[in-house]
Write a protein that binds this ligand. Sequence first.
Ligand code: GRF
Length: 217
Amino acid sequence: MKRIVILISGRGSNMEAIHRACAEEGWPAAVVAVLSNQPTASGLAWAAERGIATASIDHRAHADRAAFDAALAAEIDRHQPDLVVLAGFMRILTPDFVARYAGRLLNIHPSLLPAFSGLRTHERALQTGCKVAGATVHFVTAELDYGPIVLQAVVPVLAGDTADTLSARVLVSEHQIYPLAVRWFVEDRLVLGSDGVMRHTGNAPQWLFPTPDSRDT
Ligand code: GRF
């Protein structure tokens, strides 16, 4: 049974999707803790209501990034995770923190990486005139929004899209690919090649295109 710790900063809809899929699909895993740097993150209450251990480690209460990351790591390690999942966790992590969880730290980013790392991805995709957008699940390395890609979802950019409508469409796809990527991890289906490319051991497609039903819900 693999132990998953999820880090959030806000509503935690990706956390919900992962927890639900884990329970409904009977993964050999459990979400053992949900932690946040924001004490008011609404996802904390959702997790607590389901009996998941929660804690907040307020970054504002720490002198610097290294001190915050050390406190966060101490809390994470209490739960002895096999996997740490960043799900809308809006903090840049120090290289020491990333190294500590190397190979067991996943992130989701709302763009087709390596395009549009960083913030305001949907605005930037629209400004650039992109015809497709999407989301990427990747292992975290010291470089921001970089690291071996596990799975990508591609959604269309539609006429009249705003950052909000595009974001909503991408979020639907996030809720599809993040649980799948975590499932692959806990089922030991991922292997990193000597070329630095992350592959599924059964050659499952590592991309997803939206079904008509999931486009604008
Ligand atoms: C998602 O779009 C994620 O890709 C981004 O922040 C958002 C978090 O949403 N990093 P939620 O908290 O999972 O609902």
